[in-house]
Structures are given as C-alpha cells and as structure tokens.
Write a protein that binds this ligand. Sequence first.
Ligand SMILES: Nc1ncnc2c1ncn2[C@@H]1O[C@H](COP(=O)(O)OP(=O)(O)OP(=O)(O)O)[C@@H](O)[C@H]1O
Ligand SMILES: [Mg+2]
Length: 208
Amino acid sequence: MLEIRGLRHDYDGRTVLSVPSWDVAQGDSSLVLGPSGSGKTTLLNVIAGLATPTAGTVRVAGEEVTRLSPAARDAFRARRVGLVLQTLHLIGAVSVRENLRLAQRLAGAKVDDARIDEVLASLAIPALSGARARDISVGEAQRVAIARAVVNRPALILADEPTSALDDGNCEKALALLLEQAAACGATLLVATHDNRVRGRFARRLEL
Ligand SMILES: Nc1ncnc2c1ncn2[C@@H]1O[C@H](COP(=O)(O)OP(=O)(O)OP(=O)(O)O)[C@@H](O)[C@H]1O
Ligand SMILES: [Mg+2]
C-alpha cells in the first residue's frame, strides 16, 4: 500500500534523504530507524504529503501523493492518514471529545460520537472525553493523540518519535496501543524513532 521509488530530498542543495525503493504492504508495520538528522521526519512528511520531495514518487493506497495538488493532498491526508507527531498539537482549550470531533470534521466526515466513544474505550480513557486537553497528563495526551490519529479509520498511520517523551512503562503501552489500533483499522503503521526500546517490537525496518 506504500510504494516509494527513487525518492530524494534536498535542502539548500544538500541531500538529506535518499530512498531508492521501499514497499510496505497493507496492514504491515515497520520502523524507520536512523540517527538524528538522518531524514526520518523528512520521510514521514513526504509520505504524508506535508513536504514535496526533490525527486521520486510516493504512492499511498493507490494515490500518487507526490502528484496531487496541495489541496488534494490535504484532503487525502485528512481522510486516509493518521498522524502522531512528536509534539502532539492537541487543542488545549477544548475537551478531548472536541479535539476528536475536529479531526472528523477536517476529514469531511460527520461528527460520530459513537465512534469517538469506541476509540476512547479501546484506549482505556473513556473518562477523559469531557476533560480539557490542557488539563490531562503527558501519558494521557499521548493516548488522545493516538485516538485522534485512528478516529477516521485511516489506511496509514505515521508516528514520529511517539515514545521519546515517555518513561519505560508508558513507552511500552503507547507502542502496544499503536500496534493494536493499527490492527483494528487494518492500517499500515510506520514508526520513526531512534528509541532503542522500540526496536524489538517490529519485524520490519528501514534504516536511513
Ligand atoms: N526546513 C529545513 N531546512 C533546511 N534543512 C532542514 C529542514 N528540515 C530538516 N533539515 C535538515 O535535514 C536533515 C534531516 O532532518 P530530519 O528532521 O528529517 O531528521 P531526523 O532523522 O528526523 O532527526 P531527529 O532524529 O533529530 O528527529 C537534517 O540535517 C536537518 O538539519
Ligand atoms: Mg525527526
């Protein structure tokens, strides 16, 4: 479901990312590994259509992301891709439920509170639905960010350093939840990290 060919990205004439060929099947999960500055975040941004590469093509679920117009890429991302970024970008002033409703609206879907309840329950945080996002703990916010990434049943989940701010216990839980939620959606999961605690959990990896 993910097909990368001849991908290269340059900043100021310097190549920071080069992926000649990489394929990931629907429903598979893979790590993207590499030291700081090796291009992990750049790669996820290109796959999500947040950045346009210097050369090459990226296909996600049959769509050639690299050929879509900026507006079409935004729509594609909202509908098909779930993002968990290192800084979670929850909207602190409104409730957890409103954060998830916003993700549904941005995807062009109807607000579906039953789906929100289902996702919060599967992440063991149903009691947080009415809490203001700025009033919850770091570990809880991580779960809400995962809930937001999966609420629209994406085909692809991209997580950038999802465990770097977490202690060992929460690291283990966040990974288990990402893998569980991806399996529940039948989604492909890519996790970019330099966190060695994560390595053992994934059979596939791309080393940058
Ligand atoms: N907007 C930008 N302008 C110029 N150079 C950039 C820009 N964004 C990233 N870079 C450079 O591209 C390279 C790859 O950066 P990237 O953020 O993808 O690395 P990373 O593997 O995610 O690193 P980390 O593990 O520290 O998050 C780095 O050398 C970085 O300095
Ligand atoms: Mg990074």
